[in-house]
Ligand binder design. Structure first.
Ligand SMILES: *Cc1c(COP(=O)(O)O)cnc(C)c1O
Length: 451
């Protein structure tokens, strides 16, 4: 340990060989979960006083552990929100690991932070935020939403003379589950705005709610919009909400964890009009921007406000805090951090933003074709036209248990990973297409299996 000798070199070759083989797989095998009892039997105890050795541990991983994990980048992994990291991003993740970077401060990682900020600037520019906007890469949309809302509340507390009895944020029932989770952690109330029939928060519904609240508005500090809901991919009315946020002294947060990537797609950019009013925005490169887990971009219009909310203070941190430099640790609820924006940065730098635009447009095109293929088949029915790359539909005549059995069989047979979801009490199927390797043939294969 802690010595690079001949054995280490031998192990390095095996590890790199496997990593390369995995990156080359086209497509990877879908794989799937196994029971703990099964894994106990084939893998057994791995942590021993003497160690089992790197080659044996790698063998166990390759033969038993990796096949017990679903390959998120498989073109027919269409459940939840998949991930499709580019080759460059995955390879550079190895470099990040090998480089022992501490990504929290400029002092320790100026070069890495510079590159991460380049990637953040590109995203901020897509959203039409001012050049002074900035933030940090965090572990996911959940962490990003929480950190943004903590900054939002701190900003309101700074601005206002009186503390309310209870703080509250506005959202809809279609907001991601992480918004309620953030509210729970912060002990703030969630005031629900009624979504329209497509599941969007509109300016008029928000205005109505604000009127209804009357003088109970005192504790409101933020309105949480969603740009691409997780279930259906619809986008709130950012333009009017942005206006109302401004005139009502509310911080406008845009949760674009999934959908924000479509800011780069000219065919959908207009749906995001008003996003430039955001005080904070979250986009997950590990979803639709071709970066490996875990990587979410959190960007503030006025980073200084967030810095005051999040900077940790202690004698041992003075050497960092006393310098007037950009420290990613200042912009979220974290301190030590992996420079997790680097694989995304490297991918952007490698292929260029045009390739990103084209790849995202491609997935959108396949989603449109999928909608058409569903319309063409008598036994399935589209819930509604997709806004982005999530397509939701029902199999006519099926009970929830039919959906579950079918979904289970698809995974078991290594065909596809598609899960039912629930929309307004109804079980339905939902596919999320973020992988440019997913083709209409893949979708048709799945639709035919539903006949
Ligand atoms: C996925 C998602 C999140 C949560 O992101 P994680 O990276 O899984 O924490 C938040 N909001 C929306 C809209 C999402 O789709």
């Amino acid at each position: 340990m802690h010595r690079y000798d001949e054995n280490t070199d031998h192990l390095a070759r095996s590890v790199f060989e496997y990593a390369l083989e995995r990156v080359r797989m086209d497509p990877p095998s879908l794989d799937g979960p196994k029971s703990a009892a099964y894994l106990r039997e084939v893998v057994g105890e791995t942590i021993t006083p003497a160690g089992i050795g790197g080659h044996e541990a790698l063998r166990l991983f390759v033969e038993h552990l990796a096949p017990a994990c679903i390959s998120v980048d498989h073109p027919r992994f269409l459940a939840f929100i998949p991930s499709a990291p580019s080759e460059a991003s995955v390879l550079f993740d190895l470099v990040v690991a090998a480089s022992s970077l501490y990504g929290g401060s400029w002092l320790e990682s100026a070069g890495a932070v510079y590159a991460e900020n380049e990637a953040l600037s590109w995203l901020a520019g897509l959203a039409g935020l001012p050049e002074t906007a900035g933030g940090a890469f965090v572990s996911g949309g959940t962490a990003g939403n929480l950190s943004a809302l903590v900054a939002a509340r701190a900003a309101a507390a700074e601005r206002r003379e009186h503390r309310p009895k209870r703080w509250a944020l506005l959202a809809t029932g279609r907001s991601h589950s992480s918004i309620q989770a953030a509210a729970d952690v912060m002990d703030v109330d969630v005031v629900l705005v009624e979504p329209d029939r497509h599941g969007r928060m509109t300016g008029s519904a928000l205005g109505k709610k604000l009127d209804e609240l009357g003088d109970q508005r005192e504790g409101l500090f933020a309105v949480v919009t969603t740009a691409g809901t997780t279930n259906l991919g619809v986008i709130d009315d950012l333009e009017t909400i942005g206006y109302l946020a401004k005139t009502n002294d509310l911080w406008m947060h845009v949760d674009g964890a999934y959908g924000g990537a479509a800011l780069a797609a000219p065919s959908r950019r207009h749906l995001f009009n008003g996003v430039e009013h955001a005080d904070s925005i979250v986009l997950d490169p590990h979803k639709w921007l071709f970066a490996p887990f875990d990587c979410a971009a959190l960007i503030y219009r006025e980073p200084e406000v967030a810095r005051r909310a999040h900077t940790q203070h202690a004698g041992y941190l003075d050497p960092i805090n006393d310098r007037d430099e950009w420290n990613p640790s200042d912009y979220a609820h974290h301190l030590s951090r992996r420079a997790r924006g680097l694989p995304f940065w490297y991918s952007l730098a490698t292929y260029g933003t045009d390739a990103y635009r084209d790849a995202i447009e491609k997935t959108l095109h396949v989603a449109d074709e999928a909608a058409r293929a569903i319309t063409d088949r008598p036994y399935v029915e589209l819930l509604e036209e997709p806004t982005l790359s999530i397509v939701a539909f029902r199999r006519l005549g099926w009970e929830p248990s039919d959906y579950q059995a079918w979904s289970h069989r698809m995974l078991e047979e290594g065909i596809a990973f598609v899960l039912p979801s629930v929309f307004e009490g109804e079980t339905m199927l939902r596919i999320a297409i973020v992988n440019p390797a997913t083709t209409i043939d893949d979708i048709e294969l799945i639709l035919d299996a539903l006949a």
